[in-house]
Write a protein that binds this ligand. Structure first.
Ligand code: GCO
Ligand code: MN
Ligand code: MN
Length: 394
């Protein structure tokens, strides 16, 4: 039975070809499902209610394909997109599968490998532009080391910067209006990957020639693997105006990169993430695609893959509805307001330093003991959140 949580294209949900197309191989066993063609994926996503599909260059065009073969494949894919009304908002480059990238791509110590990687990225960007993509994601994959004996990380950072600068200049020269989104992951498949978190990326972006063109693509699993908060990573990116794209999935903290169905683990983290993206607690909502970078359990057959895809989208919509109800709850608003004290113009005083503000600050009477005695009622507030999440309130 269709209900209010069934996805529709207006929700702007997207999946990668590599996500629903994942045939279930892992380091200990081969594929368990037939490989779906890009056309089958497009048809299935449209049936499931998605808005778009994203891709790596080699998800569509095999490595080393001739120009004629490439054009034939892209033509067939474009027809499927038109037939099913799906868009391609994002494209990315596979800079990790081919053995040439075994020691990285943009951070390889070998300038020949870096040159090959930049040229491959240019081809992937051209493909993206041809398909209508506006965002180009960069997840290097193998931009790291097993041993720091290999190179000084400062060289790696400089090479990464040079390659990204080269690409931003080239894109501008073509007259394309594209945005780059850098995706961090702390480890796997390399022992340690450079620029391990969204926070690292946000700083690095400010050192580029065209920082305004470059933002981030945070992923739930990648922030949670080392036990960090995805909510805080995304909030920092939003505050900096840098949330250009997002990879939604789920992850158990401390494990390998699981890329699980969105909301299938840490429902509370997912609830506060959706609340942030939808802006129900304040601030404008995130306007980009809601992209799922996840795949079905290895136990599933092809039907299970579509259960997985619908599950990601439904859970997002359910959490959005729960977040709206939570933020509209008078008791929630009352507790938040009671904690947000702006007495005597103190907030304003701290907003901008002047010598006069410093003199006034010195003169303000502040009773540390009285302030220390205040409770904040966050136990109550969090329990309300949990009750919304569990569906017994609102
Ligand atoms: C991973 C990454 C990738 C990237 C993709 C897009 O851990 O495998 O999350 O799925 O998101 O390569 O750049
Ligand atoms: Mn991942
Ligand atoms: Mn990802």
């Amino acid at each position: 039975m269709p209900d209010a949580f069934d996805p529709v294209p207006e929700d702007r949900f997207t999946f990668g070809l590599w996500t629903v197309g994942n045939p279930g191989a892992d380091p200990f066993g081969g594929p368990v499902r037939p490989r779906l063609s890009p056309e089958e994926i497009v048809a299935g996503l449209a049936r499931a209610g998605a808005w778009g599909v994203n891709l790596h260059d080699n998800d569509l065009v095999p490595f080393g394909a001739s120009a004629a073969e490439r054009d034939r494949i892209v033509g067939g894919f474009r027809k499927a997109l038109e037939d099913h009304g799906l868009v391609v908002p994002m494209a990315t480059t596979n800079l990790f599968s081919h053995p040439v990238f075994r020691d990285g791509a943009f951070t390889s110590s070998d300038a020949r490998v870096r040159a090959f990687a930049v040229r491959k990225a240019m081809g992937a960007i051209e493909l993206g532009v041809e398909l209508g993509a506006r965002t180009i994601v960069f997840w290097g994959g193998r931009e790291g080391v097993e041993s720091d004996a290999a190179r000084d990380a400062r060289d790696a950072l400089r090479w990464m910067r040079e390659c990204l600068n080269f690409l931003t200049h080239w894109v501008r020269d073509q007259g394309w209006e594209l945005r780059f989104a850098l995706e961090a992951k702390p480890n796997e498949p390399r022992g340690d990957i450079y620029l391990a978190t969204t926070g690292h990326m946000l700083h690095f972006i400010e050192t580029l020639d065209h920082p305004e063109m470059v933002g981030v693509n945070p992923e739930v699993a990648h922030e949670n693997m080392p036990g960090l908060s995805m909510v805080h990573a995304v909030a920092q990116a939003m505050e900096a105006g840098k949330l250009f794209h997002i990879d939604l999935n789920a992850q158990k903290i401390g494990r390998y990169d699981q890329d699980l169905r969105f909301g299938s683990e840490d429902q509370k983290g997912a609830f506060f993430l959706v609340r942030l993206l939808e802006g129900t607690g304040g601030y404008p909502a995130y306007e980009g695609p809601r992209h799922f970078d996840a795949h079905a359990y290895r136990t599933e057959d092809v039907d299970g893959v579509w259960d997985f895809a619908r599950g990601c989208m439904r859970t997002y919509k359910i959490l959005a509805a729960r977040a709206r109800a939570f933020d509209a709850d008078p008791e929630v608003q009352e507790i938040l307001a009671a904690n947000r004290v702006e007495e005597d113009g103190l907030g304003m005083l701290l907003r901008a330093y002047t010598p006069e503000a410093a003199r006034r600050l010195a003169a303000v009477e502040l009773d540390a003991e009285a302030l220390a005695a205040l409770g904040h009622r966050y136990e109550r507030l969090d329990q309300i959140a949990v009750e919304y999440l569990l569906g017994v309130r609102g």
